[in-house]
Design a binder for this molecule. Sequence first.
Ligand code: SF4
Length: 346
Amino acid sequence: MRIVLANPRGFCAGVHMAIDVVQQLLELCPGEDIYVYHEIVHNKHVVHRFRERGVAFVEDIDEVPEGKIVVFSAHGVSPAVRQAAAERNLTSVDATCPLVTKVHMEAIRYARQGYQILLVGHADHQEIVGTRGEAPDSIQVVERPDDIPNLNIIDPNKLAYLTQTTLSTDDADVIISALKRAFPNIKEPPGGDICYATTNRQRAVRQIAPECDLTLVIGSRNSSNSVRLTEISQNVGTPARLLDDVSELQDDWFTGIERVLVTAGASAPEDLVAGVVRRLVETYSAEIEIADVFDEDVEFAIPATLKRIMRENGVDPSQRKIRFTKPDITESLYGAVPLTVSAGHH
Ligand code: SF4
């Protein structure tokens, strides 16, 4: 068996920043209670590991005692949540991904200009809940083309669409084409809203999966971009499995399988990918091939409130840069795995 490890895979700059924010708060404020509003990122292991270190995850700002520190997750929050935190005199540290904030800003701008906004995405996803909260009277959510006839449109010439950052580019194309057919004058977001990390991970799967018999996506079921990676693989005819970690591997998935694409959603830690790879190497004497499709070098700055907390604790924020590097096949994570082939995919 050959394992084809996709690059890029796993952590994006937004997830990396959000996790780093909580880690830094734990180091800067030992003994202080740290609260996170919703899962910091959609990965059960990341959340579990922080819970073990004493971080409390809440679904309602009222659960945070007055005056405490609360972190807003990478998916962003609505203005109502920010307001509720301010009223409780909380120290809010905003770990919202800047690419989600960009969509919030677009929503605010279009709403101020009197546009109705069609927000393409999954209505119950935290990101859509947060974005919708910026202009609830101006925004309607579109999950699929069938929703279009039921929209309440006042003026088809005063319409704009925005999208969730982690959609499948395949699905988004179908919905956006349907919106443009129904409303030819609809305005589109400058540069598109689906983020670079979603696009790159999906492109890598679209490119590599046709050469493989099975795709394994490491990620949690509530991770939108991880689920989308399985769909992209299936769309090109390669069956795909989504798994949180090595414990979910099943022998019967591998009958007659020669090439396995291994990738990971943007919120899945690399050690979980390594755990799966190690097991496949041990069980099936698998060899590893690295498929480099894109290099990423995106980094996001630390939130302003965290910088203030760092200064208050005598730490110079400029000395604590977030360095984001692509996952390496390090021996500490992967053990002494046989790296027999290293191939570029361009
Ligand atoms: S998946 Fe994209 S939008 Fe979401 S946190 Fe990562 S970079 Fe930001």
